[in-house]
Design a protein around this ligand. Sequence first.
Ligand code: S3P
Length: 170
Amino acid sequence: MKDNLIALVGFMASGKSTVGAALASRLHRRFIDLDKYIEDIVQLPIPEIFQSQGEVGFRSIETRMLADVTATEQNIVLSTGGGIVTVEQNRALLSSAWRCVYLRAKPSTIQQRLEADGTPRPLLQSEDPSLRIRTLMADRTSWYEEVSDVTVDVDDLSVDDIADRIITLL
Ligand code: S3P
């Protein structure tokens, strides 16, 4: 089962969606972006889900959607939201059913990419986003490591190079 299901995990703006699409195209697989999948089903953008249901509500939808995708899909590449690993049930499912690739990025890389990428992240609405990134990253790093089969350091690599490296390592 694991070979059929490849998931990219890692911090916000580490490149999971872009790399996931490139990887899926090379492997001739379908690509699913879990955040977009959630937005399509709930019919609301992620920031509005956070606003109306809070982080706890968002996490419960995310957990349900990961379980749905795991049960129904085959031969796909999935990009996940950066906080998916905060829920133990998700970590267990990612570890058991998915071949997970951790896209590891330094906080400075994340900050640069967040500035360039227009997607609003509700969890980074803070007076000191740099501190928030470092704190969240410290909380989550061991979980990304725990679920992953393979790690790629993405700071200095292009999307194509990252996809190549993943294919070599898988
Ligand atoms: C989140 C990451 C986001 C999105 C939501 C929460 C997080 O996805 O799921 O805003 O907790 O790190 P990206 O990792 O694609 O930004």
